[in-house]
Each structure stands twice: as structure tokens, then as C-alpha cells.
Ligand binder design. Structure first.
Ligand SMILES: Cc1cc2nc3c(=O)[nH]c(=O)nc-3n(C[C@H](O)[C@H](O)[C@H](O)COP(=O)(O)OP(=O)(O)OC[C@H]3O[C@@H](n4cnc5c(N)ncnc54)[C@H](O)[C@@H]3O)c2cc1C
Length: 386
């Protein structure tokens, strides 16, 4: 490789890297794409929720650590296409107000240096893109930069601000099952979202978040956790379940950070903005009960968790599918890692195009914004290289 010259190297092929490659394919430039994972084999188990969510067949076996040294088993996949090979494809635009400073229960969600109007044309393009396989993800990009410390960059690449890895966000997430009186035979039900509480509710002026339906649990997926569902059997739960995914914005906190210690990856993270999440969950359970979809309400143990482990409705730190914020973009090199084109302030030839650039996490799934941003950065690179 040392004898080869490339105009551009893209590391990681997920929503960010894959989209950037797609945009730059027309440039005629020599582009090297590096991906640590293999191609995802096309096989029957791709459609088996038990295998997808309750086994390590499609999860990378890496162990990360929390701030107390406890092992984390990140529910993430390393494949060509990144996590978009296993994700739910719920593609939301951030809301116009998400780009502005907004007061939350636990603090201020900061303003972005670019606004909705800057992303809007790229959202339109991103929504039109047909993605077959779409940078390393917000955690691994900062890990790579931190591990690349050298004499010129003693704190890690592009880390003069000491912000690389900081402001890690992953949403306050929860997953609950409402057992309906009527059977529900739907297979893929991730089709509905409720935004009525996004900015709060009467008597509560803080944003609470979003509710979505989730892919349907199967009897097999519930079987390892039967005790959590008693007196109902896994079969009774699965055949009558409507599954819900709850998202509340977590706020950027420089103390919430990705750290490396030798070979170890540490997520030094303390969840904030919990009250709005608890309120959202409580409110939704009340509503489910009032419409006969909450005969029983239980945590969904089959999502982002190890087989045999029982959790509450709220997801543990292993659920890092929505990781963002670790190299935030902005105009000031002392308060951001990337400039407005997602080029690092410190290095002229290094761009980060995954979820790392987010200034706040909003309360919608992040991928459409990652894709839209990669298209936007792609346009900048096309212009720059020509
Ligand atoms: C189960 C699940 C369901 C989800 N559902 C949704 C959804 O419905 N809607 C939504 O918007 N989002 C969803 N997400 C989140 C979505 O997958 C991510 O937001 C998106 O994939 C992030 O894109 P990215 O480019 O930042 O990173 P990734 O897609 O994670 O891509 C990073 C790539 O970099 C590679 N890589 C990492 N380190 C290195 C290295 N050192 N060298 C080379 N390659 C490396 C990885 O193998 C990977 O291919 C879901 C996530 C999961 C896990």
C-alpha cells in the first residue's frame, strides 16, 4: 500500500462512509475504502429476530467498559455497510427546532452551527437514495483518533481542543411490550411514530421525546426470559404484543466521553435527562392501558441485551446504536473538533462523516441526518478536489 497514492481514503462504510463513497464515485478520483468487517452473508437467519437480537451471530464480540470497569457488550455490527445492515431503517429528519438551543429538564440542548435550512436539500436527496450498503461510527472514529496520538498530536489526532470523544450521546432509550387483548399477527411493524410529546405536554414544558413501534418480538426471542413475562407465557405475549421504542434526547456533557486505556475502550458516561424519559414511558403506558393495548406491560428483553439477561424497559449502556456527538462540528476550534465542512480544525486532510459531528442528539433516530450530512460533505469534497 505504501507505493499507492490515493486522492481520498474513507475509513468505515456505514451510513456516513458508505454515503460519502456513493457521492464521490462520480468524481473519477482514486478512492480507497477501508472496512474492518466482512460482507454480511445473505442467509435465512438475517430474518430471524432471535438470532439477530439475542445471539452474537451479527454483533461484533468486542468488549467495551463503562466508567466503573464493568463489561459492556455493545449491540453493534461491523460489516460492509456498518450498522445500516441491521438497523430498522426508520429514517427521520431532525426537527427545525432541534437545530436551535432548547431548554430541557436537565440542561440546554445546544444550537447547531448550521440550521435546518442548510440540511433540507440534503434530507431530500437522502430520502431519495436507495441504499444497498451504505467512517467508523461515533465511538470508533474517536477511538481511532485517540489511538493515533504521536509527537505532533500528543492528545490524539485533531484533538488540540481535547474534545475528541467527549460529548458522547446515545439517547435515553427504552423498549416496552404492550400486550393487547386482540392478537397481533404483524411481522414487521416499525411503521408508526408518535410525536405528540416531542416538545412536552400540558403542564410539562420540557421535551419528552418520541415513541415508535418496533419490530415484533417472537416467542423464540422471549424464551430465555420467561420469568420476566410470567404469568403469561412467551407465546401469549408474542402473539398479542405491540412493541414500542421510546427515545428521549440525552444532553451533551463533556464529561460523557469515549476513552481508551491501552486496548480497552471505555464509555465514561452518566445518563442525563432521565425524568422526561420516565414521564414519557409512564404517559405511554397509561394510554396503552386506556385503549386495551396494555393488558400487561413489560420490558422488551430481546433488544440490545445478552441472552438470559433481564432488564427494565430502559436500555442499558450496551445499546449504543444511536451513538453521536464525539467530534462535534462548529466554527470555533476551541469548542469543536470539526469545521462546518466536517474537516478537522487541526488537520487539513482529515474529515469525519459519521454520527460524530452532531451537536445535540434530538429525539429521532440519527441515520437520515448522518446520510444527509455525508452528501453535504461529499459536495464540498467534490468542489475541493476539482
Ligand atoms: C439494531 C439497530 C437498529 C437501528 N435502527 C435504526 C433506525 O431504524 N433508524 C436510524 O436512523 N438508525 C438506526 N440505527 C442506528 C444506525 O445504524 C446508525 O445511526 C448508523 O449506522 C450510523 O452510521 P455511521 O456511519 O455513523 O456508523 P456505522 O454504520 O456503525 O458504520 C461504521 C463502520 O465503520 C467500520 N469500522 C469501525 N472501526 C473501524 C476501523 N478502525 N477501521 C475500519 N473500519 C472500521 C465498522 O465496521 C462499520 O462498518 C440502528 C442501530 C442498530 C444497532
Amino acid at each position: 500500500m505504501s507505493t499507492n497514492h490515493y486522492d481520498l481514503i474513507i475509513i468505515g462504510t456505514g451510513a456516513g462512509g458508505g454515503t460519502l463513497a456513493y457521492r464521490l464515485a462520480q468524481s473519477g478520483k482514486k478512492i480507497l475504502i477501508l472496512e474492518r468487517g466482512p460482507f454480511l452473508p445473505r442467509e435465512k437467519d438475517n430474518w430471524n429476530t432471535k438470532v439477530v437480537f439475542n445471539s452474537d451471530r451479527y454483533h461484533n464480540p468486542e468488549v467495551w467498559y463503562d466508567k466503573d470497569g464493568k463489561e459492556l457488550h455493545p449491540g453493534m455490527s461491523y460489516f460492509v455497510g456498518g450498522n445500516t445492515k441491521v438497523y430498522g431503517a426508520a429514517l427521520f429528519r431532525l426537527r427545525e427546532k432541534d437545530f436551535e438551543a432548547y431548554q430541557h429538564k436537565d440542561g440546554l440542548s445546544p444550537a447547531w452551527p448550521l440550521k435546518y435550512r442548510d440540511f433540507e436539500p440534503y434530507y431530500v436527496q437522502a430520502e431519495k437514495l436507495y441504499m444497498v450498503a451504505l467512517a467508523c461510527g461515533a465511538v470508533n472514529s474517536s477511538v481511532l483518533m485517540l489511538r493515533s496520538a504521536n509527537k505532533q498530536h500528543p492528545r490524539g489526532l485533531a484533538n488540540r481542543s481535547d474534545l475528541v470523544g467527549r460529548n458522547f450521546m446515545k439517547h435515553v432509550l427504552g423498549s416496552i411490550i404492550g400486550v393487547s387483548k386482540k392478537p397481533n399477527s404483524t411481522i414487521f411493524q416499525k411503521t408508526l411514530s408518535i410525536n405528540d410529546f416531542y416538545w412536552g405536554e400540558a403542564g410539562y414544558d420540557y421535551p419528552m421525546g418520541q415513541i415508535q413501534t418496533l419490530s415484533k418480538v417472537s416467542k423464540e426471542a422471549l424464551e430465555g426470559n420467561s420469568e420476566a413475562y410470567a404469568p403469561l407465557t412467551p407465546e401469549e405475549v408474542a402473539s398479542h404484543s405491540i412493541d414500542w421504542w421510546l427515545t428521549t434526547e440525552d444532553l451533551p456533557d463533556p464529561n460523557n466521553r469515549v476513552r481508551v486505556d491501552g486496548d480497552k475502550i471505555i464509555l465514561d458516561y452518566t445518563e442525563n435527562n432521565n425524568e422526561p424519559y420516565d414521564r414519557l414511558e409512564k404517559r405511554w403506558i397509561e394510554i396503552l392501558k386506556s385503549i386495551e393495548c396494555g393488558q400487561a406491560i413489560m420490558p422488551n428483553c430481546s433488544y440490545f441485551t445478552e441472552a438470559g439477561k433481564t432488564y427494565t424497559g430502559k436500555l442499558p449502556l450496551d445499546g449504543v446504536g444511536h451513538q453521536v456527538g464525539t467530534c462535534r462540528f462548529g466554527e470555533d476550534p476551541t469548542t469543536s473538533v470539526l469545521d462546518l465542512n466536517c474537516r478537522t480544525h487541526d488537520l487539513d486532510n482529515l474529515y469525519v462523516v459519521d454520527g460524530s459531528f452532531f451537536c445535540s442528539s434530538g429525539a429521532v433516530n440519527p441515520t437520515l441526518t448522518i446520510i444527509a450530512n455525508a452528501l453535504r460533505v461529499g459536495d464540498h469534497l467534490l468542489e475541493r478536489m476539482n
